[in-house]
Design a protein around this ligand. Structure first.
Ligand SMILES: Nc1ncnc2c1ncn2[C@@H]1O[C@H](COP(=O)(O)OP(=O)(O)OP(=O)(O)O)[C@@H](O)[C@H]1O
Ligand code: SF4
Ligand SMILES: [Mg+2]
Length: 372
């Protein structure tokens, strides 16, 4: 039976089995807007990331995923909230940046065309004091290249980015992220700009490296199929709020939130060609501009943030929905699952006759279809 907790800004994090290596509490990021009130890109987000875990962050364009990543990488100052590394209240800038590394979406833009692969890898090795100059650095560069399957390492080290394919460039970017021996990897859509034929190779590589080095991996994606395959847990973000979270299979095969159902139906598949991916990206940029405009207009105080688009909206949705446990650590921020709501959307606070299954019979099938 479902249980109801008091309304929260987002679905709260489930208790982790081990202490998280990164703890995010009430993270909020507002972007100032000229002549208007700030745009809230991330709204009181809380979660923990454990060593050896892959946590997927999914959501449509403009939902705030990259803002989360930038805030965790300390590239964007949060408006409020805390990010703790290894249980410490404060971590010095250089130590934090060593421990938390990023893999960017665009491997064509993330490497400097003027420098060799060797330079891209040797620099962070020396800057972080991981190796001394000379033979020790040579060995470390070779080992990094071999760890991302770029061989023969000596040939690869001498190349410049324009001599590499997109997949090879992303391997260099991953090797560079590993150079400081991080504890956390933030991968923001790491394969969306690559050819379909190599996307799974790169995701498999990230998965192997995560296991080998005991990394905590935050995987940002639009693709629910790979989110399900490569992560143990998923957080679904809408307009800066996590509206659903839980074990990947549960969230993706049995979505409890109407937004997750829509997302599953509209997500581009992993099998899309590069041209299809480009078209999807153009559409996403249009979508993103529209969402930004909506977000500026929308009132964030009170009410479900999804109510303007929700096919199941009820009167009560004008009030902030509670975070509801729908079973097995799977939670949704939605009145549909509250035991305080009758099927007509009214409340009396005393009945258990809530529409726990939600009204959208048959959407589970469409989600499964989207994933197969
Ligand atoms: N530097 C900025 N200044 C003002 N607004 C911004 C800035 N960066 C992002 N935004 C806005 O914040 C919201 C969240 O953007 P963000 O890039 O985090 O979304 P996203 O989920 O990563 O989208 P996408 O899937 O397109 O990468 C959007 O409405 C966006 O327009
Ligand atoms: S049913 Fe209501 S609370 Fe649930 S997603 Fe739709 S608008 Fe939000
Ligand atoms: Mg983004």
């Amino acid at each position: 039976m479902s249980t109801t907790t008091p309304p929260q800004p987002g679905v709260p994090a489930a208790e982790p089995a081990d202490a998280p290596v990164l703890e995010v509490a009430d993270l909020t990021v507002d972007y100032p807007q000229r002549g208007g009130r700030p745009l809230r890109a991330v709204d009181h987000l809380s979660f923990g990331l454990r060593a050896g875990q892959t946590l997927a962050l999914v959501g449509e364009s403009g939902s705030g995923k990259s803002t989360v990543v930038r805030a965790l990488a300390r590239l964007q100052r949060p408006s409020s909230g805390t990010v703790r590394l290894g249980g410490q209240a404060r971590t010095r800038g250089d130590a934090y940046r060593r421990a938390v590394q990023m893999v960017f979406q665009d491997p064509f833009a993330s490497l400097n065309p003027a420098h060799t692969v060797d330079h891209h890898l040797r620099r962070p090795l020396l800057a972080t004091g991981r190796t001394r100059r000379g033979a020790q650095a040579d060995t470390a560069v070779r080992e990094l290249l071999e760890s991302v399957n770029l061989t023969p390492a000596a040939d690869m080290a001498a190349k410049r980015p324009h001599e590499l394919s997109g997949g090879q460039r992303q391997r260099v970017a991953i090797a560079r992220a590993l150079a400081p021996e991080p504890r956390i990897l933030l991968a923001d859509e790491p394969v969306s700009m690559l050819d379909v034929s190599i996307r799974l190779e790169i995701l498999n590589l990230l998965d192997q490296l995560k296991r080998r080095h005991g990394l905590a991996l935050l995987y940002v994606t639009h693709d629910l199929a790979t989110a399900r395959h490569f992560s143990s847990e998923v957080m679904v973000m809408y307009r800066g709020t996590v509206v659903e979270r839980g074990p990947s299979d549960e969230v993706i095969l049995n979505p409890a939130h109407p937004y997750t159902r829509l997302l599953a139906e509209s997500a581009p598949s992993t099998g899309a060609t590069r041209e299809q991916a480009r078209t999807a990206r153009r559409e996403r940029l249009d979508q993103r501009a529209r969402r930004a405009a909506e977000q500026r207009e929308a009132t964030t105080e009170g009410g479900c943030p999804f109510r303007g688009r929700c096919p199941s909206v009820m009167d009560i949705c004008a009030q902030r929905p509670p975070a509801v446990e729908v079973g097995g650590g799977h939670q949704a921020l939605c009145w549909l699952h509250s035991t305080d709501v009758r099927t007509d959307g009214s409340t009396d606070g005393s009945t258990d006759e809530g529409p726990d299954e939600g009204p959208d019979e048959g959407t589970e099938g469409s989600v499964s279809d989207a994933l197969t």
